[in-house]
Design a protein around this ligand. Structure first.
Ligand code: SF4
Length: 349
């Protein structure tokens, strides 16, 4: 998109001053995060995939473990999907792991294991949208290229006092144009990191700390707490998921998922509406626009195990990757019923 500096409420001098304040503040207050210590495009890409729907504090341990297990594009490309899903377990949104795996395979096949320093080419990789391509371009290659994530969207919406909902095509267009208009001429790494960090540490969603904000003199927000505006949300649709807890001879029966979202992950076996039993656990989780109630009933071993089901011994359990809600339910019930597997119970509870 072409830069429209006129869309910004600051002249060239003010934009330069805003960038300079932001940079000074970031050098003093920015957090020391593992992926900020490296310019390795692979490490940057892994961190960006992990951070897409997960908090920084959660990602740090996963990132460090992942880099030990799959240190570069070649190592990840050569792994099988079960290993990749297992290493991702606990982060949720497994399509990110599958896309990262496929992206690594493409980098190895098409670019001889080296990510090109080209945002357009990076954007062609599986799971890499406009934001991720821009972020990798900025953080790994220091390109002056825009990247608008939720933190930057909030900061920009407030700086501009933007009344347009940010989750509309028009809102996005304004934000990306503003992000581009604010870029320095070169060396985008620090600038993009600083904007993002301002959103994470100062320009907070509910209580922005305007009194300590390094760019407050440039901010036009009248009621920053009310920004960014969003489209009204769809009401969550309730769904019921019934499953069975079937344990026999120190083994548990599990079922492998086949749908596109959780393909390859394990879950507790499904139970039809007619099948009854003692209710052992009820929990809820969100899934797209659904509010799912997961009920787990005590079940008996079936006469015949279905094709997608198999028995897992206690020892095998820590090697299986689970859909998040099922993994949590399994750990709770393993603990409650005495089907305890120490390594499994300790992992990512
Ligand atoms: S002054 Fe307040 S609302 Fe404006 S950018 Fe800073 S923290 Fe955000």
């Amino acid at each position: 998109m072409k830069i429209k500096h006129t869309a910004l409420p600051w002249d060239d001098t003010s934009r330069a001053a805003l960038r300079s304040r932001l940079g000074e503040w970031f050098r003093a207050a920015g957090r020391d995060l593992p992926w900020r210590r490296t310019l390795d495009p692979y490490a940057v890409m892994v961190s960006e995939f992990m951070l897409q729907q997960t908090q920084v504090a959660t990602v740090i341990d996963f990132f460090n473990r992942w880099m030990l297990r799959f240190p570069d594009f070649e190592a990840l490309a050569a792994a099988n999907e079960a290993e990749v899903l297992h290493a991702w377990q606990g982060l949720g949104y497994y399509s990110r792991a599958r896309n990262l795996h496929r992206a690594a395979q493409r980098v190895v096949a098409d670019h001889r294991g080296r990510l090109p320093a080209d945002v357009a080419l990076i954007g062609l990789l599986p799971g890499v949208g406009r934001y991720t391509a821009g972020a990798i371009g900025s953080f790994a290659f220091d390109l002056a290229t825009p990247a608008v994530d939720a933190n930057i969207a909030r900061v920009l919406a407030r700086l501009l006092d933007l009344q347009e909902p940010v989750d509309t095509a028009r809102g996005q267009q304004i934000l990306w144009a503003a992000a581009e208009g604010l870029l320095p001429g070169r060396r985008g790494r620090e600038h993009t990191s600083a904007l993002m960090e301002l959103g994470a540490l100062v320009c907070l969603p509910t209580r922005p700390r305007c009194a300590e904000c390094p760019v407050r003199e440039f901010c036009t927000a009248k009621n920053p707490e009310l920004l960014p505006r969003k489209k009204p949300r769809r009401k969550a649709v309730p769904m019921l998921e019934r499953c069975a807890w079937i344990v026999e001879d120190e083994s548990i029966l599990l079922e492998q998922q086949t749908g596109p979202r959780w393909r390859g992950l394990w879950k507790l076996p499904s139970l039809s509406e007619e099948q009854q039993g003692e209710l052992l656990l009820e929990t809820t989780y969100a899934f797209t626009h659904h509010r799912v109630t997961l009920q787990v009933y005590a079940g008996a071993a079936p006469g015949q195990v279905a094709g997608e089901q198999r028995w897992f011994s206690k020892g095998e359990l820590p090697q299986a990757a689970f859909a998040s809600a099922h993994g949590r339910a399994l750990r709770v019930l393993a603990d409650q019923t005495g089907f305890a597997v120490p390594g499994f119970l300790d992992a990512s509870l």
